[in-house]
Write a protein that binds this ligand. Structure first.
Ligand SMILES: Nc1nc2c(ncn2[C@@H]2O[C@H](COP(=O)(O)OP(=O)(O)OP(=O)(O)O)[C@@H](O)[C@H]2O)c(=O)[nH]1
Ligand SMILES: [Mg+2]
Length: 287
């Protein structure tokens, strides 16, 4: 198996370009929806988002809440609320959180619109920037708010290629944006967490490292899931673990386990939601 690639960095030119475009459009924006993945509430938060967005009113949307370990993610939710964020936990495949998001948005611009009414002006259309890491659910959110498919969605990073303004049923106009990351990851753990949730293409790191990271997280936090899914309760020998999974899925040829196929299988278990109720970022050690 390949060794972990040291000092993973992934910040392609198109992300730099998107960030520049966001900054150019920022003066037009009334509210920002910052979307993070409920399974990695820290790793999926754009590291330098405050510098990027300055002081724009913001709603923090925790997507894929249906896939997370709610016990842990709720702690993160409280953490962000304590920091002053408006937070909405959301399964964006349903409409459940949409009205709440609209209400918060209206509240955030209430003052501006009241001033306009006092001046006899019509209340303004609210321009919302939707921003977040790749594959987190930005376009899915926009489609839900529009009540129909207006933006392309897909379970891979980099589906949205350009910034596009999209209308909704309400007085809200949304700016869909391509997913972005930041110039330098704090550590390998963040990069591996992002790759585990398909926010970075698996080719960018190496698949074995991502798969082993997933096995380690499951072993440390969700041993029951590891047992249930792979019938494994010990990962002290990764080779043995790969042999067991290889046998289970028929990825053995000439008596040798096909490591790449096993890694693909593990990655795909999260991507296709066969493994869920997981949160990989821990907020403290005293849970
Ligand atoms: N289970 C679940 N899946 C979701 C949720 N939100 C989005 N998805 C899925 O996540 C995948 C990515 O969704 P997109 O809306 O394309 O994500 P995006 O942030 O626009 O991605 P990019 O345009 O690539 O940056 C799709 O397969 C969605 O169906 C959610 O709340 N729960
Ligand atoms: Mg998109």
């Amino acid at each position: 198996m390949n060794e972990n690639k040291a000092n993973i960095n992934y910040f392609p030119g198109h992300m730099q370009k998107t960030r520049r475009q966001i900054q150019e459009l920022l003066p037009l924006i009334d509210v920002v929806y910052e979307v993070i993945d409920s399974r990695i509430p820290s790793s999926s938060k754009i590291h330098d988002i405050d510098t990027l967005l300055k002081n724009k009113p913001r709603v923090l949307i925790m997507s894929k809440y249906d896939l997370c370990d709610t016990k842990i993610t709720d702690k993160w939710c409280d953490f962000y609320k304590d920091k002053g964020y408006s937070v909405v936990k959301a399964n964006l495949n349903t409409n459940d959180a949409i009205q709440k998001i609209i209400n918060i948005t209206n509240e955030l611009v209430l003052n501006t619109n009241m001033k306009r009414e006092n001046l006899g002006l019509k209340s303004k259309q609210i321009k919302v920037l939707v921003v977040g890491i790749p594959n987190v659910g930005k376009s899915t959110l926009i489609n839900k708010m529009a009540g129909k498919k207006v933006a392309n969605v897909g379970n891979n990073p980099g589906v949205t290629k350009n910034l596009v303004w999209l209308k909704t049923n309400s007085n809200i106009l949304l700016l869909d944006t391509p997913g972005i990351l930041w110039p330098k990851f704090d550590n390998q753990e963040v990069a591996l967490n992002l790759a585990s949730m398909t926010a970075i293409k698996s080719e960018v790191l190496d698949k074995d490292s991502i798969a082993v990271h997933i096995l380690e997280k499951l072993y440390n936090y969700y041993p029951d899931l590891l047992k249930l899914r792979y019938n494994i309760d010990d990962i002290s020998s990764i080779e043995e673990v790969y042999d067991i999974i290889g046998k289970k899925i028929g990825a053995i040829s000439g008596g040798e386990t096909d490591y790449t196929r096993v890694s693909d299988y593990i990655l795909n278990d999260i991507k296709s939601e066969r493994i869920k109720n997981i949160t990989f970022d821990r907020i403290d050690i005293n849970e």
